[in-house]
Structures are given as C-alpha cells and as structure tokens.
Design a protein around this ligand. Structure first.
Ligand code: ATP
Length: 268
C-alpha cells in the first residue's frame, strides 16, 4: 500500500447497491453513492421518494437486503451510540422527542447529546469540559440565553437551534439534517439557515435532506435527487438545479431562480 493510501481519509459515506424492502416493495432500490469528507450535500426528493429510508440506513436504524455495503466514516457495522457521537442528527422528530410531555431543561438537552441519550441519566459521567462545550455550542447558535428554560417552553425556531447545538457540542465530523426547517416560518427558516452557514464553513460536513431547494445553503455544492427509491440524478448543484431536472423530479413544470447563491422554485 502506498503512503498516500495509508493516510487517506475514508469517505464520510459509501453505499453500494443498497435496497430496502417493505411490504414486498423496494422502497430503496439499488442505491449506490459515495460522499467525501467535507463534501456538503443536499438530498432532494418528493414525498415518499425514499429520503427518510436513506437517512435511517445512514444512521444504522435499518439494514439493507443482503449483498449491500453501507459504510459510514469507512466503518461498518457501528454501534448506534458511537455513530451518533461522530454524526450529529437533527430532525423535527428528534426535536419533538426533547420538547414533548417530559421535556428537558436546555443545558441537559444539549449535554445529553454526549451520550446519544434522551436526558441526562448518567450525571456522574458529565464533566466540566462537556458543560463548557455545550455552553459554547449554545453560544454559537445564539441561544445561550435559553439555559435554564424547559425545552417545552421554547418556540420551534429556538428549540431547533438548541437541537443543532446538541448535535454540535461533541464536535461531530458531520451533521445530518433531515427536513431541519419543518415547522419554521419563512423568516425563522432563513435565520436558521444563515446560522448553519458558519458550520459548513467551519469543518463539519453537512448532509441536508429536504423537499425544498430554497433550503440548500450556498455552501452546498452537490445535489442528489431521489425518485421512487432510486438516485435519479447526482452531481454539481449548478447542473442539478435546472428547470428540466426539477420539472422531472416534481412532475410539474418548474422554473428555477438563483439569487446570491440561494435558489428558488416556482410553478411555470
Ligand atoms: N415500514 C414501511 N412499510 C411499508 N412502506 C413503507 C415503510 N416505510 C416507508 N414505506 C414507504 O416507502 C416509501 C418511502 O418512504 P420514505 O419515508 O423514505 O420517503 P420520504 O422521501 O422520506 O418521504 P417524505 O418526504 O414524505 O418524508 C413511501 O412510499 C413509504 O410509504
């Protein structure tokens, strides 16, 4: 083996021929893709196209049919707790878990991210360094003033930022954002997306899963389009976000606009 090969960084994600079958249907159909470390990527698709199934595959919450390879950071299998420490995860469902009936205090919610657990049930293992990192992550997301509040009392936008802080506190190599703007109003959505940009510029690789091209940060260069459980298109953002490709993806005539690196989509 050459020295270069020995020291090369494994891809963040390497999937080969992954299919997932449910109710006798291939809801993920022979998906292959590789994402390099540092390659910010958006996964775009209509409802039911297989995005969440792909997310679960990446998070090792479900497994493909025999014969596939799914490696994250060059490794497979993973125990889910170790994987969560390297791969932060943000989704409305994860937020609902922290803000529900038995809601957590904000600092506890963030610190619990170190254990990939819901809540801080292993208090003896929390170190001052963990608390400092949690406070710093809350500061980075502009929500340190919320420490002491119950997650249940926060607005959706505030809770979403705390959730990102939770995903960031243990300095993951990558953050998987599954519909991170769900439930946010347009202004909060934009503020929230702007708050993600320093992350993308600061070392963590972002994987953004969305229906909305408006949420694709300027820092994201690659777009993967899912359709009927398959990768329909995959390439550079400028080549993917075209009228023709989006008309094909959404099945209606679409016109794309580009303003200062942010894309928009309208029915033609
Ligand atoms: N456990 C299951 N049993 C049967 N069908 C399933 C199951 N899970 C998912 N599916 C189907 O697989 C398809 C893909 O679902 P998936 O949730 O991955 O889509 P998605 O792109 O994330 O959709 P959305 O944007 O609406 O969240 C859908 O048609 C869904 O109904």
């Amino acid at each position: 083996m050459t020295e270069a090969a020995e020291t090369s960084i494994p891809p963040l994600l390497h999937i080969e021929n992954a299919s997932v079958v449910r109710a006798e249907r291939r809801i993920l159909d022979d998906v292959s893709l590789t994402l390099a470390a540092g390659e910010h990527t958006a996964i775009l698709g209509r409802n039911g196209s297989g995005k969440s199934t792909l997310v679960k595959l990446i998070l090792h919450q479900l497994y493909p049919v025999h014969g596939a390879r799914v490696e994250v950071f060059g490794q497979s299998p993973w125990d889910i707790f170790s994987l969560r420490r390297r791969l932060g995860f943000v989704s409305p469902a994860a937020q609902a878990d922290l803000t529900g009936e038995d809601a957590l205090e904000v600092m506890d919610a963030v610190v619990s991210g170190f254990f990939a657990s819901r809540g801080v049930w292993r208090r003896e293992t929390i170190t001052p360094a963990m608390r400092d990192a949690a406070a710093e992550a809350l500061h980075r997301m502009g929500v340190e003033h919320l420490i002491g509040r119950s997650m249940a009392t926060l607005s959706s936008g505030e809770a979403r930022r705390v959730l990102i802080a939770r995903a960031l506190a243990h300095r993951p190599d990558a953050v998987l954002l599954d519909e991170p703007c769900g439930g946010l109003d347009p202004a909060t959505r934009r503020l929230f997306l702007d708050s993600l940009r320093p992350l993308a510029q600061g070392g963590a690789t972002l994987i953004l899963v969305t229906h909305h091209i408006e949420e694709i940060l300027p820092e994201i260069d690659r777009v993967i389009m899912m359709k009927d459980g398959r990768v329909a298109r995959d390439g550079a953002k400028a080549d993917m976000l075209t009228d023709a490709a989006l008309t094909d993806l959404f099945g209606l005539p679409m016109t794309v606009s580009d303003r200062d690196g942010w894309f928009g989509l309208q029915l033609s």
